[in-house]
Design a protein around this ligand. Structure first.
Ligand SMILES: NC(=O)c1ccc[n+]([C@@H]2O[C@H](COP(=O)([O-])OP(=O)(O)OC[C@H]3O[C@@H](n4cnc5c(N)ncnc54)[C@H](OP(=O)(O)O)[C@@H]3O)[C@@H](O)[C@H]2O)c1
Length: 214
């Protein structure tokens, strides 16, 4: 696939690198310096390059939205027309000092995004794991017991693309349902962050859902 990364920080930098190593064409965009984007692309290998958000969006099969909530409008404006695009969002609707969700309970950041981009297909994914686990999960992806990763969205084809990317990173994709379920997965992401960064688990924390026997 051709993948555009909108926001090349902790999440976008790592996921873009993994996607490029897995054989996808990746365009890294949106950082505070072009030098950083070029360094990331060089380190990710021949399949990756640096570009503007508009270049990342051009002909992309999917876009990863990985910016702070306060930067969403800016990066979307720079990306241009995103009609018919698959947008996988790991961005959480956090306030400026990252202490609280600014949208919750009766809506979610992902639903708000879908309202802002009614002609795009939004899938919410990758926001329920700390970025520190991503390379480790990719390196151990051949294990039979893979960690889970929940995703949700309303468009079946877009979800299929997203599930493939989740599998590519080494997770077991766990379909949580329609996009409105992001109302529950986004607060769940904060639980994981709390356990990872303030609890005893440490940032290498990933989760796995298992059905208990009846
Ligand atoms: N990190 C995690 O473990 C994690 C986990 C779950 C969900 N999330 C969510 O994922 C999203 C991204 O998080 P992150 O940790 O990857 O954030 P991050 O490391 O801060 O990355 C954000 C990217 O946006 C770029 N950026 C910020 N301001 C900019 C500006 N004015 N102009 C151009 N580029 C700008 C940053 O540039 P620089 O690279 O130059 O700083 C960086 O590349 C957030 O919504 C967060 O809530 C993160």
């Amino acid at each position: 696939m051709r993948l555009g990364i909108l926001g090349s920080g902790l999440m976008g930098g790592k996921l873009g690198t993994i996607f490029a190593r897995a054989g996808h064409e990746v365009v890294f965009s949106y950082a505070r310096s072009d030098g950083k984007l070029k360094r990331l692309a060089r380190a990710a290998g021949k399949k990756a390059r640096a570009g503007t958000p508009r270049e990342a969006a051009e002909d992309a099969d999917a876009l990863l939205l990985a910016v702070h909530w306060s930067r969403v409008n800016d990066v979307l404006k720079q990306a241009g027309d995103l009609s018919d695009k698959v947008i996988v969002s790991c961005s959480l609707p956090m306030n400026d000092d990252d202490t609280a969700l600014v949208i919750a309970h009766t809506s979610s950041g992902s639903e708000e995004l879908a309202k802002r981009l009614p002609n795009a297909s939004i899938v919410s994914a990758f926001n329920t794991v700390p970025s520190e686990v991503l390379f480790g999960v990719y390196e151990s992806r051949r294990r039979t017991k893979r960690p889970s990763l929940v995703y949700c969205g309303d468009d079946r084809a877009a979800k299929k693309v997203c599930a493939e990317l989740i599998r590519e990173v080494g997770f077991d994709p766990f379909d949580a349902g329609p996009l409105r379920i992001a109302r529950y997965t986004e607060p769940f992401a904060l639980l994981v962050a709390q356990l990872a960064y303030e609890g005893k688990g440490g940032p290498e924390l990933a989760y796995r859902f298992e059905r208990s026997k009846k």
